[in-house]
Design a protein around this ligand. Structure first.
Ligand SMILES: Nc1ncnc2c1ncn2[C@@H]1O[C@H](COP(=O)(O)OP(=O)(O)OP(=O)(O)O)[C@@H](O)[C@H]1O
Length: 251
């Protein structure tokens, strides 16, 4: 792995061009404030990719930008071979991209089942089988189906947020810090669930503070610093890199 490596080497350019999600030379921010500069990132079908990096590096901003929630300034964002750059979230969701933000990711005043139904609001007909699949995947949600989401525990709420995003059976699920705020014994369980979602064929793009665990589980990782790509490599290679360990993984 080389320092400053970007998804812009010859090999990567070819892979990136055919990837499910392909972000190239992205500049984006909030209003006039530019946060991301020249960011490259790709996720292939069924791949599991994580973004790690220091606080304020712009990790969440990358996801928000892909989902149309920031000010897009320049570059390319292609999903399934089509450009989604500059589109609204309401449009982007139709392409097969699911997004679970870190905060306020459920409707607290609605029940669990109403939240799941909201996940499929764009469909003309409610997909009963998707609800059943979600309940099979997260049995606790069936048990709590009539309970207001605001009364769920942190872990249950996170499952609901994921379940809601999965109602449309997206090709790619973007997760912003899914382990945030969870008790330590629930963190592993959450990561196991994400593994299973990926094993079942959904590509995953995840931002995580728990960088070691995220890199251990993913296929590929990006280290983002100051709104720019710093490293990109397999999770194992990043974990083994002395410089990455020292600078970003606490030695
Ligand atoms: N809505 C906003 N308006 C203006 N600036 C913002 C907004 N949201 C985030 N920022 C700024 O963008 C920069 C990147 O923030 P971002 O949340 O993407 O970083 P991060 O790498 O996800 O950080 P953390 O790990 O702390 O969550 C920060 O300087 C932050 O203050």
């Amino acid at each position: 792995m080389s320092q400053g490596a970007r998804a812009g080497t010859e090999y990567d350019a070819e892979t990136a061009a055919e990837a499910l999600l392909s972000v190239r030379s992205l500049d984006a921010g909030y209003g006039d404030l530019q946060i991301l500069t020249d960011v490259d990132l790709f996720v292939s079908e069924e791949e599991y990719v994580t973004i790690v990096g220091p606080n304020g590096a712009g990790k969440s901003t990358v996801m928000k930008s892909i989902f149309g929630l920031t000010n897009y300034m320049a570059g390319h964002i292609d999903f399934g071979g089509e450009s989604i750059a500059g589109k609204d979230p309401e449009d982007i969701i139709h392409y097969g991209l699911g997004y679970v933000p870190q905060n306020e990711n459920v409707f607290a005043g609605l029940t669990v089942e109403e939240n799941l139904e909201m996940g499929a609001y764009i469909l003309d007909e409610f997909p009963d089988e998707a609800l059943e699949r979600t309940y099979e995947r997260f049995p606790i949600l069936r048990e709590r189906s009539g309970q207001k989401a605001g009364t769920l525990s942190g872990g249950q709420r996170q499952m609901l947020a994921m379940g809601r995003a999965l109602m449309l059976d997206p090709d790619l699920l973007m997760l912003d810090e899914p382990s945030a705020g969870l008790a330590p014994d629930l963190v592993d369980e959450m990561f196991d669930r994400i593994d299973r979602i990926n094993d079942a064929g959904t590509a995953v793009l995840m931002v995580e503070q728990n960088a070691k665990e995220a890199l251990r589980r993913c296929d590929r990782g990006y280290v983002l610093v100051d709104g720019q790509n710093r490293y990109v490599d397999s999770g194992d290679a990043l974990l083994a890199d002395e410089q990455v360990r020292q600078d970003f993984l606490g030695g």
